[in-house]
Design a protein around this ligand. Structure first.
Ligand SMILES: [Zn+2]
Length: 253
């Protein structure tokens, strides 16, 4: 049973925000909750709370977002093992920042392939150590993790799980490289660090292109009914796109 009433949204986002941090503030953890069909939401309460997605396929598991660190990745793998015996064989780094690639070393150690776009790989190679130091400035407890590169990269959009997991790149936004991940059967979009209920960190954002990238996403008309936000409360409707556009517009006014 899901913690969320997805279709009717009886739990308002406000209530979710109130409940979630209070429940886990003392002992940071990783929580895995079924969303719909093959899609599960992972809430990683370490450092600065982030949400990733787990796709439990017919034969194997794809993790979308490597979580903050090897420690959080191991906790997520433990949660996944409670719901399926299928192996984790693929992990997508959805951008080059530590909240999306920090768990690479653990996932590699259990035999999973790390997958990203070429742009994410190149940014990881060029900026990983600098990004770790940047995170440590705000969160001193964040570990000094060595760079762990993706095993497999794609020039642009790519599909996994026989087309049931679609990675889509639409241009710069929160970072130059961030992708969306669409689950067509479940009508779910993972918004990555790009979509969330608060403006968040814009230090690496392209403020000119960000709204254009979101308008492109709207024009694609993918038909998703749920967006999983990368930070704060995870579950939103498609209106989160306009909500974020408004936050961006208010910032520049
Ligand atoms: Zn992020």
């Amino acid at each position: 049973m899901s913690r969320w009433h997805i279709p009717s949204m009886k739990l308002t986002p406000v209530l979710l925000v109130l409940l979630a941090p209070i429940a886990f503030a003392e002992n940071p953890t990783v929580v895995l909750t079924p969303l719909r069909g093959h899609v599960y939401v992972a809430e990683d309460y370490f450092y600065s709370k982030e949400n990733s997605v787990v796709y439990v396929g017919e034969g194997f598991v794809t993790v979308v977002g490597a979580t903050w660190s090897p420690e959080t990745a191991k906790l997520l793998a433990t949660e996944i093992a409670k719901i399926t015996k299928k192996p984790i064989t693929e992990v997508i780094d959805t951008n080059y920042h530590p909240d999306r690639a920090g768990g690479n070393a653990f996932f590699k150690s259990i035999g999973a392939k790390i997958i990203s776009t070429r742009m994410t790989r190149d940014l990881l190679a060029a900026h990983w150590d600098e990004m770790v130091r940047y995170v440590q400035k705000g969160i001193p407890s964040y570990p000094t993790l060595p760079l762990v590169m993706p095993d497999k990269t794609f020039a642009g959009d790519f599909e996994l799980q026989a087309g049931r997991v679609k990675a889509i790149y639409l241009g710069p936004a929160h970072t130059p490289d961030g992708i969306f991940v669409f689950f067509p059967e479940e009508k779910v979009l993972y918004g990555n660090c790009i979509l969330k209920e608060q403006l968040g960190n814009l230090d690496f954002a392209n403020r000119t292109e960000y709204p254009k990238t979101l308008e492109k996403l709207k024009r694609l008309d993918l038909g998703f009914t749920t967006i999983v936000a990368g930070h704060w409360s995870p579950i939103h409707g498609p209106g989160l796109i306009d909500q974020y556009l408004e936050l961006l517009a208010a910032k520049t006014r």
